[in-house]
Every structure is written in structure tokens, then in C-alpha cells.
Design a protein around this ligand. Structure first.
Ligand code: NAD
Ligand code: DAU
Length: 344
């Protein structure tokens, strides 16, 4: 039996990972610690809520007393996997402070508790955004960090701290840095679920700038398999890039969504660009692939599955696209959409 503490486990990737871990390892037990911010949602974990190997604790990773108590309880974890973060670039431009607090200070609190209570493994979930933009070639794990947004900078801070805990204190830290995930249960502020759900409702799709930015799209279940592999075969002190080598231009992704849903291209609106918008992300994932990982399905298959999931699970996102979401949408897109241009 092995016990896991999964912080941020009620979010998009975290909840997919909790489901994966419980299904793939019948002797693993999972405690989710999650603050349930606007992005945390217990609906994401409905199908595991009665599993006797799962328990949920509502709380903040910045709360050192709570994190310490979890480590001192009879269910104390052997492995900590930290997904908890403020994760949206656009929101980090509106409120950078909350990103520093959770992504840097919160990571510190988790690391410090893991050091004090001696864990087998501390896995920090990070992002390709810490490397910054790259116009040609791909980033390796050894490349310097050059983050652009407050979100990316705070994630880079968390990474540096985690590696320092390995170097200074011998804490068995491993980091994964993945590219853009997509799939079920992604909060509809992010590009793919926003565009799919807006398209279902015949609402405009706000494409930033010229829409020719490039992202390397990774199906969330393939990321979960990569994280699982790194937990079992990763070496302490090492970083592993996780990218599917499925680079697509944003405009192409938007058009693909409209095609699957049978909606008109005219729904796309070119709107004012995101400040500091990184042009292209690209990862060299040879190190992970040498452990035996590869994506399980093509980008097109995974996209179709994802679009179908949002179409079939409107109960899940319609609840979210009200209240706080509408206020954020008005703030981030109101002005932009008033000046938006239809596709030429
Ligand atoms: P998400 O926003 O969907 O989920 C984040 C979760 O963390 C939520 O459940 C939220 O309630 C929780 N949380 C936030 N602050 C907290 C706090 N102080 N204490 C406890 N819980 C807190 O994010 P996601 O897209 O699932 O991303 C998960 C992790 O993966 C993040 O660390 C992110 O940086 C990283 N990542 C995401 C992507 C992506 O494409 N989504 C790609 C690479 C890396
Ligand atoms: O690369 C990994 C990162 O991917 C993660 O670390 C972040 O947590 C995650 O949010 C994501 O960041 P991005 O900024 O790349 O993702 P987002 O979904 O916000 O945007 C994807 C692309 O689509 C980006 O080029 C901006 C563009 N976009 C996004 C939105 C929300 C638009 O054109 N219009 C939009 O309304």
C-alpha cells in the first residue's frame, strides 16, 4: 500500500490524475487537499467520491498547520504530488499576487512539510511556460528559464525552490513540465473548453491577435500516464518535459472545433492580443520517451473525443458558466469583443 497526497486534485489535471491513480493501482490510497478556488470543483471527482481509497480535505496549501497535521496523521503520505496552483495566464495579468501566494509560497509550505516529515517522493507539476517562447527548435530540460507572464514566473519560482530543496536538503524532488493539456473537466476559461462551449451556444470565439500562436497540445490522460511513469521511474533531482509533439496554430484548432460541431467559421473573432503573449511553445520530450512514454492517440482523435465530452456533459460546464465566470468573462473579454473583427 502506498499513500498519496494530491494537492489541487479537484482541478482539471489533478482530478484526471486522481481517477487514473485509483484505477491503475488498486493498492494506492489518495488524499486530495484542495482549497476549492473558482477552478476547484468536486463535480470533477463525483465518480470516485465513494471509493474507500479516496478522501478529500478542503484546505489551502499555504496553511502550514494543516499541511503539517496531514503529515502527522495515521494516513500520512509517502508521496506528495503538487498540482495546486493558480493556473490561468490571463488572470495572472489581472491579479498577480494570488499567483505568487499559491504557486511560490504554497509550494514552499508543501516542500518544507515534506522535508520535515520525510517523504519518499515530492513531485512538482510544472509547465513548459517556464522556458518562455521559442520560435525554432524545442526546449530541453537543461535550458534556462525565461518566463513571460506572472503565472509563468511564479511557476518558475516554485520549480527553483523545489530543485533547491533537493540540492540543499536531499529531498527526493522530481518535476514534470508539460505542454498545454486538453480533455474532460477543464475549466472553460481555457482556450479549448471556452471555444467548444461558446461554439455550442453560437457565441463568438475570441481569438487573440492574429491567432497564429503555436501550442503543443497534450491529451490530459496522456499527461496522467506520463506523471505515473515519472513517479515510478523518474530519478530524484530530475526534470522531465512532457510534450506530445502535436504543435498546432490556434486558428487551426479553432477551425477544427467548429468543424466537429458543424458550426460556421464566422463565429471566430480576432480580438486584442494578450499582453506579453508567448508566440510558440515547444518541448523536447526525449528524456521522458526514453522511459517508454508515448501519446496514446492522435491529436485529431483526442480532440474529437474532447469536443464530444463537452457536448455530452453540458450539466458540468453550464453550472460553471454563471456567477464568477461571467464577471471574469466581462472583465477579460467585454471591451475586446466590442472591438472584435470577424475572420477575413
Ligand atoms: P486548475 O486551475 O484546473 O486546478 C488548480 C486546482 O488547484 C484547483 O482545484 C484549485 O482549487 C486548487 N488550488 C488553487 N490554489 C490552491 C491553494 N492555495 N491550496 C489548495 N488548492 C489550491 O489547474 P490545472 O490546469 O489542472 O493545472 C494543474 C497544475 O498543472 C498546475 O500546477 C499548472 O501550473 C500545471 N500545468 C497545467 C497545464 C494545463 O495545460 N492546464 C499545463 C502544464 C502544467
Ligand atoms: O503551456 C502550458 C500552459 O498552458 C499551462 O501552464 C497553463 O496552466 C495553461 O493555462 C495553458 O496556458 P496558455 O496560456 O497556453 O493556455 P490558454 O488556454 O489560456 O491559451 C492557449 C492559446 O490560446 C494561447 O496562445 C492564447 C490563446 N487564446 C486563449 C484564450 C483563453 C485565445 O486566442 N483566446 C482566448 O480566449
Amino acid at each position: 500500500m502506498r499513500r498519496f497526497l494530491v494537492s489541487g486534485g479537484a482541478g482539471f489535471i489533478g482530478s484526471n490524475f486522481v481517477r487514473h491513480l485509483l484505477n491503475a493501482h488498486p493498492d494506492y490510497h489518495v488524499t486530495v487537499l484542495d482549497k476549492l478556488t473558482y477552478a476547484g470543483n468536486l463535480d470533477n471527482l463525483l465518480d470516485v467520491q465513494d471509493n474507500p481509497r479516496y478522501r478529500f480535505i478542503k484546505g489551502d496549501i499555504c496553511d502550514a498547520a494543516l499541511v503539517g497535521a496531514i503529515h502527522e496523521s495515521p494516513d500520512r503520505p509517502h508521496v506528495v504530488v503538487n498540482f495546486a496552483a493558480e493556473s490561468h495566464v490571463d488572470r495572472s495579468l489581472l491579479d498577480p499576487g494570488s499567483f505568487l501566494r499559491t504557486d511560490v509560497q504554497g509550494t514552499y509550505v508543501l516542500l518544507e512539510a515534506a522535508r520535515k516529515h520525510v517523504v519518499e517522493l515530492f513531485l512538482q507539476i510544472s509547465t513548459d511556460e517556464v522556458y518562455g517562447s521559442i520560435l525554432e527548435g524545442s526546449f530541453k530540460e537543461t535550458d534556462p528559464l525565461n518566463p513571460s507572464s506572472p503565472y509563468a514566473a511564479s511557476k518558475a519560482g516554485g520549480d527553483m525552490l523545489a530543485l533547491a530543496y533537493h540540492t540543499s536538503f536531499g529531498l527526493p524532488v522530481v518535476i514534470t513540465r508539460s505542454s498545454n493539456n486538453f480533455g474532460p473537466y477543464q475549466y472553460p476559461e481555457k482556450f479549448i473548453p471556452l471555444f467548444v462551449t461558446n461554439a455550442i451556444d453560437g457565441e463568438p470565439l475570441p481569438l487573440y491577435g492574429d491567432g497564429l500562436q503555436v501550442r503543443d497540445w497534450l491529451y490530459v490522460l496522456d499527461n496522467c500516464r506520463a506523471i505515473d511513469l515519472v513517479i515510478h521511474q523518474g530519478a530524484p533531482g530530475e526534470v522531465y518535459n512532457v510534450g506530445a509533439s502535436s504543435e498546432r496554430v490556434n486558428l487551426e484548432v479553432a477551425e477544427g472545433i467548429l468543424r466537429v460541431l458543424g458550426k460556421p467559421r464566422e463565429l471566430v473573432r480576432h480580438v486584442t492580443d494578450r499582453p506579453g503573449h508567448d508566440r510558440r511553445y515547444s518541448l523536447d520530450s526525449a528524456k521522458l520517451r526514453s522511459l517508454g512514454w508515448a501519446p496514446s492517440r492522435s491529436h485529431e482523435e483526442a480532440m474529437e473525443e474532447t469536443v464530444r465530452w463537452y457536448f455530452d456533459n453540458q450539466w458540468w460546464w453550464r453550472k460553471i458558466k454563471s456567477g464568477e465566470f461571467l464577471e471574469y468573462y466581462r472583465q477579460n473579454y467585454g471591451e475586446r469583443l466590442r472591438g472584435g473583427q470577424p475572420l477575413g
